[in-house]
Design a protein around this ligand. Structure first.
Ligand SMILES: Cc1cc2nc3c(=O)[nH]c(=O)nc-3n(C[C@H](O)[C@H](O)[C@H](O)COP(=O)(O)OP(=O)(O)OC[C@H]3O[C@@H](n4cnc5c(N)ncnc54)[C@H](O)[C@@H]3O)c2cc1C
Ligand SMILES: NC(=O)c1ccc[n+]([C@@H]2O[C@H](COP(=O)([O-])OP(=O)(O)OC[C@H]3O[C@@H](n4cnc5c(N)ncnc54)[C@H](OP(=O)(O)O)[C@@H]3O)[C@@H](O)[C@H]2O)c1
Ligand SMILES: *[C@@H]1O[C@H](CO)[C@@H](O)[C@H](O)[C@H]1NC(C)=O
Ligand SMILES: *[C@@H]1O[C@H](CO)[C@@H](O)[C@H](O)[C@H]1NC(C)=O
Ligand SMILES: *[C@@H]1O[C@H](CO)[C@@H](O)[C@H](O)[C@H]1NC(C)=O
Ligand SMILES: *[C@@H]1O[C@H](CO)[C@@H](O)[C@H](O)[C@H]1NC(C)=O
Length: 540
């Protein structure tokens, strides 16, 4: 193993190389008419989502485009996005997943109505949880990203915060950022609207119309809940709704019957990982975890030392299995691994637990052979999430479908998607959106025709936007573009990610995710090669 100092020296030379190229200003090749312009000046912007991305977007508008009136909506009662840890659990999933029903909008707006306890068989508590959607983070969860890329500008983490901060530390950090920018609950009632779900988004004439539904937060004592439904119109919209979406439940034979088993205390022994909260609930039990990605292996590592037996069922995935990297995909030594579940065998009686039930699975090492599992107390389906909302009718943020590399919607760049993993990318993205929509702009997009042409060619297709190398390339693009625009149009110059942050990010990634991924040669090649020739993900 090479000594650390060698790694750091190597990295700093890489970083200098990267910086050199990021500072070459673009000479704008376009005539005035060849830039995209909104049909009329943008005076009002809605931001949907108050996680790290939406909060950074609101802060960017305040800083870069103070004349634009911003409204920030989130279905949750507080800012924080994915990082708002709660003991409340999401409402019970559908087994298997099905397409969610379109939201019913009242025929005349605005309107106010009340829900009462037990109305249509649904409790107020359940209505409230359905409205705000408690987050899929658990009590012992830690970040799997490096600190510098999980930090919002201008707020710190307390001294001594570990290398892998807890979900609670991150929550406080994001809420501190919201407070710093007067975006916390009640800080700026004209700007923020929490507990407000956006049900639909529609372009009418020159305006984007949002259908909004605010529910009075339920504290456990109310005997009715007030709901306000109304519309608001904006000239532009930032979608900052995250990328994870709804819990996904695979259609495995027999899963529905098993999903109906419920213990007397109300607990469902078969549940999705979004409802996993405390290790204590699983001590000395036999637990089956389904899946092999970050949630499955993270929960497995936490449960490993405390459970009677730990069974893992996963689909074969040669690329992932080849990583063998501890932070992302490592499993504890007592895990017994199995392949895919073929069937949840019919339950013979109406049971209050699933211990008598049998599950037919493939073996892990030889998937042509099968076996039967039984005596299981808890099954955690760590089978991931699927985006399913009005947004997916327009674009897909993870695949960057219908999006310019800046996140602007190609059919109508008065709509933009921001995502923030890593959060540092979100900062550049939000700055650029505010600069483009500002009047006059301090950054310009090429014409729509040109953006479409680039998109079709895959010119700025950086692959998975969440990946490490594409991130590097994207941030270099932002720095070069925004600064050359600032030179022509005025405005602050923006800095690349500080050297030491990049070194820590790179070191963390190299240590925990992808060994030897950051090599000099790959950095250089990445800039010069067409995307079709970029390295495949995976160990080399
Ligand atoms: C279990 C889990 C662990 C993770 N761990 C890490 C990690 O360790 N490191 C890391 O960098 N990333 C991690 N992530 C990724 C995470 O998505 C990002 O860290 C970050 O939270 C993304 O920020 P965001 O603002 O884009 O989205 P989010 O934080 O998801 O915020 C989106 C917000 O939009 C709101 N919203 C959505 N739909 C609507 C609607 N229709 N109306 C109103 N509001 C709406 C939501 O309520 C939410 O508050 C993790 C994700 C999950 C699911
Ligand atoms: N900070 C943290 O510690 C932390 C913790 C949890 C999650 N996260 C983040 O949260 C996001 C979601 O992660 P996730 O692990 O919940 O979801 P995910 O990455 O989408 O993984 C879903 C898993 O379910 C498996 N799966 C899907 N359908 C299946 C089926 N029919 N049968 C068996 N298995 C099936 C997948 O198999 P394949 O592998 O074959 O596709 C995959 O292993 C990621 O961004 C992750 O980084 C972070
Ligand atoms: C908020 O909006 C109300 C109603 O439009 C207005 O009277 C008030 O002055 C606004 N407050 C601030 C701080 O802008
Ligand atoms: C779990 O089992 C161990 C060993 O049998 C026992 O000492 C411990 O008290 C049990 N814990 C719980 C919470 O039941
Ligand atoms: C379980 O009970 C429900 C309701 O009483 C009934 O509809 C169902 O058929 C029963 N299932 C079995 C397997 O006995
Ligand atoms: C896999 O299992 C099948 C069925 O039990 C068996 O015939 C075959 O020999 C096994 N293959 C290996 C490589 O062990």
């Amino acid at each position: 193993m090479r000594p650390l100092i060698f790694e750091l020296l190597l990295l700093s030379s890489l970083v200098e190389l990267a910086l050199g190229s990021s500072q070459t200003p673009f000479k704008s090749p376009l005539g005035e008419q060849e830039y995209w312009k909104p049909t009329h000046p943008i005076r009002s912007v809605a931001i949907i989502g108050a996680g790290p991305a939406g909060l950074q977007a609101a802060a960017a508008f305040a800083e870069e485009a103070p004349d634009i009136a911003v409204r920030l909506f989130d279905r949750a009662p507080v800012p924080g996005g994915n990082w708002f840890y709660s003991e409340q659990l999401p409402v019970r999933e559908t087994y298997p997943s099905s397409q969610s029903k379109p939201v019913e909008l009242p025929s005349s707006l605005p309107t106010t109505y009340f829900h009462h306890e037990g109305e249509a068989g649904v409790s107020l508590d359940e209505r409230w949880r359905e409205h705000w959607a408690p987050r899929p983070v658990w009590h012992g969860m830690k970040i799997n990203s490096a600190m510098p890329s999980t930090t919002l500008p201008g707020v710190g983490y307390p001294p001594g915060t570990p290398w892998q901060a807890s979900v609670h530390a991150v929550q406080r950090h994001v809420r501190a950022y919201a407070s710093l920018h007067a975006l916390n609950v009640l800080d700026s009632p004209n700007v923020t609207s929490y507990a407000t779900r956006v049900d639909a988004l529609e372009k009418r004439g020159d305006s984007w119309v949002l259908s909004l539904r605010r529910m009075q937060p339920f504290s456990g004592t109310e005997d009715r809940l007030r709901v306000d439904v109304w519309e608001e119109s904006f000239e532009a919209v930032v979608l900052a709704m995250g990328v994870d979406g709804n819990a996904y439940i695979p259609d495995i034979p027999g899963i529905n019957a098993w999903s109906r088993v419920r213990r007397e205390d109300g607990h469902w022994p078969l549940h999705h990982s979004q409802s996993f909260r405390h290790v204590n609930d699983y001590v000395n039990k036999t637990v089956l975890i389904v899946g092999a990605s970050v949630s499955a292996t993270g929960i497995a590592r936490e449960l490993g030392p405390h459970v009677k037996r730990l069974l893992l069922s996963s689909l074969p995935n040669p690329i992932r299995d080849a990583y063998g990297l501890d932070i992302l995909f490592g499993v504890p030594s007592n895990a017994e691994r199995f392949g895919e579940i073929i069937e949840f065998k019919p339950l013979l009686t109406n049971l209050s637990d699933i211990r008598q039930g049998k599950i037919h699975v493939r073996l892990f090492e030889n998937t042509t052979a099968t076996t039967t599992l039984e005596g299981i107390d808890e099954i955690i389906l760590a089978t991931g999430y699927r985006l399913d909302s009005f947004v997916t009718d327009l674009l897909h943020p993870q695949e960057m479908s219908n999006l310019h590399w800046t996140g602007h919607y190609l059919h109508d760049p008065t709509l933009a998607y921001v995502h923030s993993r890593p959060w540092t990318h979100g900062r550049y993205q939000c700055t650029s959106i505010a600069r483009v929509w500002r009047d006059p702009p301090t950054a310009r997009l090429p014409s729509q025709a040109e953006m479409w042409a680039d998109y079709r060619e895959g010119k700025w297709n950086f692959g998975m936007p969440l990946d490490v190398l594409p991130q590097e390339a994207l941030i270099r693009m932002y720095v070069a573009w925004l600064n050359s625009e600032a030179l022509e149009l005025g405005g602050r110059m923006i800095a690349p990610i500080p050297l030491e942050d990049r070194e820590i990010n790179t070191y963390f990634t190299s240590l925990h995710w992808r060994k030897d991924w950051f090599e000099h040669e790959k950095f250089e090649r990445f800039d010069k090669l067409p995307s079709s020739e970029w390295p495949e993900p995976g160990p080399f």
